[in-house]
Design a binder for this molecule. Structure first.
Ligand code: NAD
Ligand code: ZN
Length: 353
């Protein structure tokens, strides 16, 4: 089969691979729609997780099941399914402990385009199909469905880790697709004021659509000063980090109130340390909690997010600004994600209706 792959750090291209084979609990899937992720960019062009050779890229897909193993009970060839970016080993101690993202090792629930071939192939392999696939309802478009697999689960996890309370004030640093979903998730959890930190007009407009009450432009000067000015010097209850470099942790710690939470879902692809400012962290005594997490995956998570979309609690269509038709456009879509033209939030490649 053909796949679009990371050949080595900084190099991508089309390669031929053996078709994947299903074990007894697995499925083989043909993608119907795929989307490149900023994480693919960190992986290829920053070498953020180390070198990978001839590994098919991509971890955001909806598809059609073409084959299942002998022990798969709930899915069959022909089913249209949503495939989470994170497909854990559910038979692991980490999953029992409640952290399926790290099943069998830190970040190891993230398999596609990390430890094994991703979804930018003519076919791809899904481990533990009964636990890692979810049926796609007819009401949800392919474009929206592919946004559930990673962008929605990640942004919403930012809001969950931030432990948003009714009326919490929140700052979301970075309003690409993940930050936009963090805004939507914060609003659904009952946040009061939501300050979106971003600059591109297309993202600002979407941030307001999803629930931002204020916008701070990081290109107009120090965001700490801007957020402090907006909040009469008090700061915010919660910060969700979804963009920017390692310096954003110091900004987040500075603007969160004592007792508040900083929740990071950003993939810090470069820099050796994430410095915490001593004074702003109350010399270590400010009760400012810092959380960081990989998005939840698996079937139940997908089914719950699918319901939020199906029952119109959130409209994902605003995230998709570019739609391509045909598998051959994967490369173009990936490079768009790298170059981030001003009118881009997310591209989707439709392979087959
Ligand atoms: P994105 O690049 O579309 O969005 C990030 C935005 O932050 C961009 O619009 C960028 O212009 C903006 N930005 C840059 N510097 C900034 C600054 N100093 N302050 C505020 N904003 C700034 O990416 P995305 O798809 O929204 O993903 C966001 C991050 O989440 C990426 O690092 C991605 O790799 C990561 N990610 C993490 C997970 C997870 O499981 N934790 C899953 C998916 C993606
Ligand atoms: Zn991703």
């Amino acid at each position: 089969m053909k796949g679009f792959a990371m050949l080595s750090i900084n190099n991508v291209g089309w390669i031929e691979k053996e078709n994947p084979v299903a074990g007894p609990y697995d499925a083989i899937v043909r993608p119907l729609a795929i989307s490149p992720c900023t994480s693919d960019i960190h992986t290829v062009f920053e070498g953020a997780i180390g070198d990978r050779h001839n590994m098919v890229l991509g971890h955001e897909a909806v598809g059609e099941v073409v084959e299942v193993g002998s022990e798969v009970k709930d899915f069959k060839p022909g089913d249209r399914i949503v495939v989470p970016a994170i497909t854990p080993d559910w038979r692991s101690l980490e999953a029992q402990a409640g952290f399926h993202q790290h099943s069998n090792g830190m970040l190891s629930g993230w398999k596609f385009s990390n430890f094994k071939d991703g979804v930018f192939g003519e076919y791809f392999h899904v481990n533990d199909a009964d636990m890692n696939l979810a049926l796609l309802p007819d009401e949800i478009s392919l474009e929206s469905a592919v946004m559930i697999t990673d962008m929605m689960t990640t942004g919403f996890h930012g809001a969950e880790m931030a432990d948003i309370q009714l009326g919490s004030s929140v700052a979301v640093i970075g309003i690409g697709a993940v930050g936009l979903m963090a805004i939507a998730g914060s609003k659904l959890r009952g946040a009061g004021r939501i300050i979106g930190v971003g600059s591109r007009p297309v993202c600002v407009e979407a941030a307001e659509f999803y629930g931002a009450t204020d916008i701070v432009n990081y290109r107009n000067g120090d965001i700490v000063k801007q957020i402090m000015d907006l909040t009469n010097g008090k700061g915010v209850d919660r910060v969700i980090m979804a963009g920017g470099g390692v310096e954003t942790l110091a900004q987040a710690v500075a603007v969160v109130k004592p007792g508040g939470v900083v929740s990071n879902v950003n993939y810090h692809g470069s820099g050796d340390t994430l410095p915490i400012p001593r004074l702003e962290w109350g010399c270590g005594m400010a009760h400012k909690k810092i959380m960081g997490g990989l998005c939840p995956g698996g079937r139940l998570r997908m089914e719950m997010l699918i319901d939020l979309v199906k029952y119109n609690r959130v409209d994902l269509s605003k995230l998709v600004t570019h739609v391509f038709n045909g598998f051959e456009h994967v490369e173009e879509a990936l490079l768009l994600m790298k170059d981030k033209p001003r009118d881009l939030i997310k591209p989707v490649v439709i392979i087959d209706k």
